[in-house]
Write a protein that binds this ligand. Structure first.
Ligand code: THU
Length: 135
C-alpha cells in the first residue's frame, strides 16, 4: 500500500503532467501517473485532435509510455483533474488499465481534498481480459 506522503507526491506529478495536456477543444487538462509493480512511474496527459474522436486520454497515454519501456504490470494509477470533484477514468481507459492489471488501485484527485480511491475490479467488474483468450 502506498504511504500518504508518496500518494501526495504522485498526485503532484499527475498535476504537473496535466499542465502538458494538448486540449485546445475541451480545455480540460488531465494528468495521470501509472506505477508499475516494480515501482517505476510513467506519466501521461490527454492529447486531443481536430478529428475529435482521435483524442487519447491521460491514463492511456501514461500506460502506452509504460508499454514503450517494456513494462506490463500496473499496481497503481493516479489521476488529476483541475476540478472541485475527482473524476473517474472513462470506460475505454478502464478496459486498457485492466489489460495490465492485477488488483490495481486507482486514485483520482482534484483541486479539493476530495478523492476517489478504488480498484479496477470495482470500476470494471466482469471485465473481458487477456485470460478470456485462453493464452
Ligand atoms: N479525459 C482524460 O484524459 N481522462 C479521463 O478519464 C476522462 C477524459 C480527457 C479526454 C478529453 O481530452 C478531455 O478529457 C475531455 O473529455
Amino acid at each position: 500500500m502506498e504511504t500518504e506522503p508518496n500518494l501526495i507526491r504522485l498526485i503532484e506529478l499527475a498535476k504537473a503532467a496535466s499542465k502538458k495536456a494538448y486540449c485546445p477543444y475541451s480545455k480540460f487538462q488531465v494528468g495521470a501517473i501509472v506505477v508499475t509493480e516494480s515501482g517505476e512511474e510513467f506519466s501521461g496527459c490527454n492529447v486531443e485532435n481536430a478529428s475529435y474522436g482521435l483524442t487519447i486520454c491521460a491514463e492511456r497515454n501514461a500506460i502506452f509510455q509504460m508499454v514503450a519501456q517494456a513494462r506490463h504490470r500496473i499496481k497503481l494509477v493516479v489521476i488529476y483533474t483541475p476540478t472541485k470533484e475527482p473524476a473517474s477514468p472513462c470506460g475505454a481507459c478502464r478496459q486498457v488499465i485492466n489489460e495490465f492489471a492485477t488488483g490495481v488501485r486507482i486514485v483520482s484527485a482534484c483541486d479539493s481534498e476530495k478523492r476517489i480511491d478504488t480498484t479496477i475490479d470495482h470500476l470494471l467488474p466482469g471485465a473481458f481480459g487477456p485470460n478470456n483468450l485462453g493464452n
